[in-house]
Design a protein around this ligand. Sequence first.
Ligand code: CU
Length: 247
Amino acid sequence: MRQQVWTYNGTVPGPLLHGRVGDLFTVRVINSSDMPHSIDFHASQISPDAAMRPIPPGGELTYSFRAEHAGIWLYHCATAPMIQHLAMGMYGAVVIDPPTLAPAEASEVLLQSEFYLGQGGGVPAMSQLLAADPNLVVFNGYANQYRSAPIHVRAGARIRLWVLDAGPSEPSAFHVVGAQFDTVFKEGGYQLRPGNAVDGAAQELDLQPGEGGFVELTLPQPGTYPVITHRLADAERGAMGSIVAGS
Ligand SMILES: [Cu+2]
């Protein structure tokens, strides 16, 4: 089965951008396709009128912004119908580290998103997009890819997982089987940190489309720990992976 996608730089998701608070980003977008596209960086605070304007076929645009706030921020095509351009693959992430990020032995970035399969691999029907009835729900562009090729860490190591829900329509109930999160950073702040007064920990990072954050955890024993969205209909559609903790 083949499915056409629309991309930034030829991959779904598009390139991961990474920086710190205060960094200046300058991104040049050249539209080499045969239809208008655009780009909207949630990591920016900017008037959309010029920055997010349609880029015609053969046109280009330079989008500059200074990262003012920490988080994992969605970027995506904002050309109408936006749901179609996101579903076709035009999205990615900008990670802006908080100034005081604790050390972690391993760090991964996972973007959850949906694929809707069009007839003959073409553009999916608007009715299917509007019904939010995806064929596949994926981490980093491929169904079940981290089941086939798990993430490897050391048992006992502190791991950070950045997670962004790129949608376009499904929320994420991000969960690691056999683990608890002692740190949760979601949409601009820490909800949970180690050593909190009530010995609290979290079982999920819940994200609506367009939201993101990170969790930190330690896999105590060697083993294979599934990574899923606990919205299980979406896990069955491919939003499942594994972290293998080795001794
Ligand atoms: Cu587009």
